[in-house]
Design a protein around this ligand. Structure first.
Ligand code: B12
Length: 216
């Protein structure tokens, strides 16, 4: 794992997308890493490391976009491994919708979470960034999920999440459980209940525990 991380970061820092993808696929084939470790111990810290670039010079936003694109490509290219692993897990027959509120463009953490739910037997419907509230109401009607998972990164957008939750709860009463997560809650856990969230989750282990409860 440490060896993988070191090599991955060397390629990542050099913006070498091809080698990041190739290395990850090879390592998964050899069982040298697991998907939860890849996401939590390598890709997440790699994304946080992009922070160094912010505002230090005017020409660094493009670099943030290049690096973000590398991580997104890695995640999408390993989806066949998620499909394969999912086949060995007992299906829970529980649907979960994954969304970000309006104006929220950070979705990679949510995308990782949807794979974590997949790996634990849930049926996932990933909608992603900047989702209009009305569309979410229709998506719920169409798919009848047990949970709706909402991601907020920018704490200025907690208000948008609150509006989305109010709309969901006023339309569907208590029949739907709202899971929240993302950077906006990290040092601000009180806001989970303030905006109307039912459950806060952060890690792969949190999803494993939820699945155990759902299996009972
Ligand atoms: C990548 C990135 C972007 C990408 C996003 C691409 C995409 N498609 O997602 C792009 C380039 C689009 C972007 C844009 C902007 N960004 Co930006 N971005 C980042 C960066 C570098 C990494 C974020 C990330 O992906 N982290 C990695 C993920 C995996 O971690 P995570 O989200 O915490 O997720 C984990 C858990 O929290 C959990 N989780 C996450 N969501 C959910 C949801 C549920 C339901 C559950 C259960 C769990 C869960 O699971 C994950 C697994 O470990 C951060 C830097 C930082 N330190 O955070 C800045 C950062 C978040 N961005 C920031 C800003 C200001 C912006 C911009 C406004 C300006 C800009 N810098 O370009 C714009 C516009 C954003 C908008 N309106 O939404 C600020 C936010 C500050 C704040 N107010 O809170 C940060 C912190 C940078 C900084 N230091 O200023 N950004």
């Amino acid at each position: 794992m440490e060896e993988f991380k070191k090599t991955f970061m060397t390629y990542f820092e050099a913006n070498n997308k091809d080698m990041c993808v190739e290395l990850t696929i090879k390592s998964l084939h050899k069982n040298a890493i697991t998907i939860p470790d890849l996401y939590e111990k390598v890709l997440r810290p790699a994304l946080y490391s992009i922070d160094d670039c912010v505002d230090k010079d005017n020409g660094c936003i493009w670099k943030e976009h290049v690096k973000t694109s590398i991580i997104k490509t890695v995640i999408e290219s390993i989806y066949p491994f998620v499909i394969k692993l999912k086949k060995h897990v007992e299906p829970l027959n529980i649907k979960v919708i994954f969304v970000c509120p309006e104006k929220e463009y950070h979705e990679i953490g949510l995308r990782m979470m949807s794979d974590f739910f997949n790996l634990n037997g849930y049926d996932t419907i990933f909608i992603g960034t900047n989702s209009p509230r009305d569309q979410i109401i229709t998506a719920i009607l169409f798919s009848n999920p047990k949970y709706i998972a909402i991601s907020v990164t920018d704490y200025y957008l907690l208000f948008e999440a609150q509006k989305m939750i109010q709309k969901i709860k006023s339309t569907y009463d208590k029949n739907i459980i709202v899971i929240v997560g993302g950077l906006a809650f990290k040092h601000n856990l009180d806001s989970v209940s303030i905006i109307g969230g039912d459950i806060y989750l952060e890690t792969y282990e949190d999803v494993v525990s939820l699945a155990k409860e759902d299996l009972k």
